[in-house]
Design a protein around this ligand. Structure first.
Ligand code: SF4
Length: 358
C-alpha cells in the first residue's frame, strides 16, 4: 500500500466517541461482564498496529453458535457483505505495510468470520498475505476443512485454528455449534482435521469458549491427544448486539471459568500451551477488522467501528478504536508465532499457573 496510509502518523487523534443508546447495564452480569471504561472524547497518541490482527471477512456462517461475538447483527449494513477480492487484497497489503511495534519482527494476520472458508478466494487471500510477508492463520469451525482444502492452503498457511467447545454432540447442539440441519462435528472429525493439518506441517490451535452448557465438562484427554501447539480457553463474553440475547443461557462466573481451566491442568503437562482468557483480559485486547474493512473493538461492551481502512488509511482508522496493548500482552497475545512444525516447549505450565494465581 502507499505511504499515504501513514501520512497522519505524527498527529494526535481526537476521538469523538458515540455513546450507545442502550445501557451497558443490560449486558452486565456482575464483575465478569463489566465493560472497561471507555475514553470518550479522549486524546490518544497515534497507535502502533499490534503484531496480531484479526480480519473478519464475512458475517456468513454455516453454524449457529449462540455465543458468537461476530454476528454483526446490530449493523444491517454488514449483512451479506463480502468485499471484492481486490479490496481484500488491498487491506492485507495495508496491514502488512503498517509499522511493527518496537522489537517485533513479524505480524500475524488471522482470517476469521463468520466462517472464512465460505469466502471463495480465501486460499488466494492467504497466499497474498503470505507474499506480503505476513504470518497467516485461519480460524474455522472445521466443517469445510477437507483434506483437499487443507492441501490447497497448506503451502501458504502457517496456523490452523479450529473452534471446538465440546466433543459431545448434545452439548454442541445446545450451544448451537452445528450446521443448519442440527449436525455438529464429531470428536473423530475434529481429531482428523487436526491430524491432517499437522501432517501438512501446519501449526494448530484450538479455541474453546467456556459457557454454562459446557463448563462442567472435561476435554483433557481429547486436547492432550490432539497434538496441537496452543489451546486458547475463553470465558464466554457478552457483546451487546452480537450475543447478549443468549447470555442468560451461556454466562459463567470467573470462578466457574477458573474451575474449568484448573480441571484441564493435564493439558499443560502435555506440552500444549494453554492460554486462558477470562472476560477481563479479552475486552479491548484484540485488533479486529470487520467485513466492511473497518477496525472494530468491543471494549465498551458493544462494537464500535472505525471508518474503512481503504478510505482513511490503516493507522488513522486504527486510531479510531480502542486497543489496550498491556492487556494484549498480559493475555499472551504477543508470542512467537513464526515458523512451522512443532513448537519448542516454552514454559506453558508457568503461564497456566500464573493465570490460576491471578
Ligand atoms: S462457527 Fe464461529 S463464526 Fe460461526 S456462528 Fe460459531 S462462533 Fe460464530
Amino acid at each position: 500500500m502507499t505511504s499515504s496510509l501513514h501520512s497522519t502518523s505524527s498527529r494526535l487523534s481526537v476521538l469523538p466517541r458515540p455513546i450507545n443508546s442502550r445501557s451497558l447495564e443490560s449486558i452486565t452480569r456482575g464483575n465478569e461482564f463489566a465493560a472497561k471504561p471507555r475514553p470518550y472524547g479522549a486524546v490518544m497518541q497515534t497507535p502502533t498496529l499490534p503484531e496480531a490482527v484479526n480480519y473478519h471477512l464475512n458475517k456468513n456462517c454455516n453454524f449457529r453458535c449462540k455465543g458468537c461475538y461476530a454476528t454483526f447483527d446490530e449493523d444491517p449494513s454488514v449483512r451479506g457483505v463480502m468485499l471484492p477480492q481486490k479490496q481484500m487484497f488491498s487491506i492485507v497489503e495495508a496491514i502488512a505495510a503498517a509499522p511493527l511495534p518496537p522489537g517485533k519482527m513479524a505480524r500475524k494476520l488471522t482470517f476469521a468470520g463468520g466462517e472464512p472458508t465460505l469466502c471463495p478466494w480465501l486460499p488466494d487471500l492467504i497466499a497474498h498475505a503470505k507474499a506480503c510477508g505476513l504470518v497467516t492463520m485461519v480460524v474455522t469451525n472445521g466443517s469445510r476443512c477437507t483434506l483437499d482444502y487443507l492441501r490447497r492452503v497448506a503451502p501458504v498457511l502457517d496456523w490452523l485454528t479450529v473452534s471446538i467447545d465440546s466433543t459431545d454432540a448434545e452439548t454442541n447442539r445446545a450451544i448451537g455449534r452445528h450446521d443448519a440441519k442440527g449436525q455438529p462435528l464429531s470428536a473423530e472429525a475434529y481429531s482428523q482435521i487436526l491430524a491432517e493439518a499437522a501432517m501438512l506441517r501446519l501449526r494448530t490451535k484450538i479455541n474453546t469458549v467456556v459457557n454454562r452448557i459446557n463448563h462442567r465438562e472435561d476435554m483433557s484427554g481429547f486436547i492432550a491427544d490432539s497434538g496441537i501447539d496452543r489451546w486458547k480457553v475463553l470465558q464466554v463474553m457478552a457483546v451487546e448486539g452480537q450475543n447478549d440475547a443468549h447470555m442468560d443461557l451461556l454466562s459463567v462466573t470467573r470462578a466457574e471459568f477458573d474451575a474449568y481451566v484448573a480441571r484441564h491442568h493435564r493439558v499443560a503437562e502435555a506440552r500444549i500451551r494453554v492460554v486462558p482468557e477470562p472476560v477481563a483480559s479479552i475486552r479491548g485486547s484484540y485488533a479486529m477488522i470487520d467485513p466492511h474493512g473497518r477496525f472494530f473493538d468491543s471494549s465498551a461492551g458493544y462494537h464500535t467501528y472505525s471508518t474503512p481502512i481503504l478510505d482513511s488509511g490503516v493507522i488513522p482508522a486504527f486510531a479510531q478504536v480502542s486497543f489496550d496493548r498491556m492487556a494484549f500482552e498480559q493475555r499472551g497475545g504477543s508470542y512467537d508465532f513464526t515458523g512451522r512444525g512443532t513448537l519448542e516447549w516454552s514454559g506453558d505450565v508457568q503461564l497456566f499457573t500464573t493465570h490460576l494465581n491471578a
